[in-house]
Design a protein around this ligand. Structure first.
Ligand code: ASP
Length: 351
């Protein structure tokens, strides 16, 4: 899929980093997503549409600046994802969806394609930036995946910022939980300790009418040393129960990167299906066999859909070619390379 170029942003980036006219293979590449789902033009007001695009552009540029300066793909991914974790528009970090018990339980993963090292966390409740915790697991622990309180304790021991669980609260996601539980005749828990009083709701932007979307965030990158990396961060799915964990921290499902295969993948969608379809790993297998990043991505999201799961993926291949694929009407997304200006898009049909 090609995208409409945002002329203003492209001009700004061109000023910051002149593009070599003769460059054919990008020296670096970067792509992000902010979740896929039923995102129709009628769902977003012009202000909401603009807010999402501005937010995506900010995260995209944060990662691009690092790659342009010769920084690592891991640093680029972490910088962009932390911005989106701090942004209540997305279902990651602050703004995460709620469990049926009225808690925010956060999952994240990161993978380094150079040596297939990886770190994942699930069910965090106090670590402000779950992606930083995943990276600390990868770099400073003998393990690959940590869960629950132990994962938060490890993150704190690594000096990562801890917050009161109410930090993650947003009125919009609370109302999403209330609607979800009401539709299923499930009990609605009391508002979490430390959450603002219900009357403060009007201070937050109104949610899009249709909440059937995911809002997970992710990033994939190729840096100038040729290293691919992928990262993903999420609050999971509204109303999840019993310690549910989705595809995001399951390596090979929602997140995967391999220099050997020449791919980095971050997914968003119905985690239960993305796990079973091993979406991210299979995209890498397809790319290693010669498929383009976009064709490999589309084949795998279609495969997940054949099981019943909707969603989308972002991919960067070893040649720095970004690809996007989805089985939904939209995915918040953006891409930039050393030879192509930044572009962001929301709806599936955007050129
Ligand atoms: N894939 C995530 C999960 O199942 C949800 C999302 O993409 O927003 O946890």
């Amino acid at each position: 899929m090609t995208f409409r170029v945002l002329a203003g942003l492209a001009a700004a980036l061109t000023l910051a980093a002149p593009v070599a006219a003769q460059e054919t293979t990008p020296r670096w590449a970067f792509a992000i997503h902010g979740g896929a789902g039923v995102i129709e033009r009628a769902d977003l007001s012009p202000e909401q549409d603009a807010a999402y695009r501005a937010s995506l552009s900010r995260a995209l540029e944060a990662g691009a600046a690092i790659l342009r300066d010769g920084g690592s793909s891991l640093d680029a991914i972490q910088a962009a994802i932390q911005i989106m974790e701090d942004d209540p528009l997305f279902n990651a970090g602050r703004g995460a969806v709620f469990t049926a018990e009225g808690r925010n339980e956060l999952d994240a993963a990161v993978m380094n394609g150079r040596d297939l090292s990886a770190g994942a966390v699930a069910g965090l409740t106090t670590t402000r930036h779950p992606i930083a915790a995943a990276r600390a697991v990868m770099e400073n622990s003998p393990h690959v995946m940590l869960i629950g309180q132990g994962a938060d304790t490890f993150a704190a021991s690594q000096g990562l910022e801890q917050v009161d669980p109410s930090y993650f609260f947003t009125e919009r996601r609370w109302r999403g939980l209330e609607n979800f539980l009401r539709e299923r005749n499930l009990p609605i828990p009391s508002r979490p300790a430390g959450a603002p009083a219900a009357g403060m709701a009007s201070l937050e932007p109104a949610p899009p009418l249709n909440e059937r979307k995911f809002g997970t965030v992710g990033a994939v990158a190729l840096d100038q040393s040729g290293t691919l990396a992928a990262g993903t961060s999420t609050g999971g799915t509204t109303g999840k129960r019993w310690g549910r964990v989705g595809d995001v921290p399951v390596l090979g499902a929602g997140t995967y990167a391999s220099n050997r295969d020449g791919c980095a993948v971050s997914a968003t969608g119905d985690g239960e299906f993305y796990i079973r379809a091993t979406v991210a790993r299979d995209i890498c297998t397809r790319i290693a066999a010669g498929a383009s990043s976009e064709d490999a991505g589309q084949a795998e999201v279609d495969d997940a859909l054949s099981l019943g799961g909707y969603g989308g993926v972002i991919v960067v291949d070893g040649n720095g070619v970004p690809g996007f694929a989805m089985t939904t009407s939209g995915m918040y997304r953006g891409a930039v390379t050393s030879s192509e200006p930044a572009r962001v898009a929301i709806y599936a049909d955007e050129q």
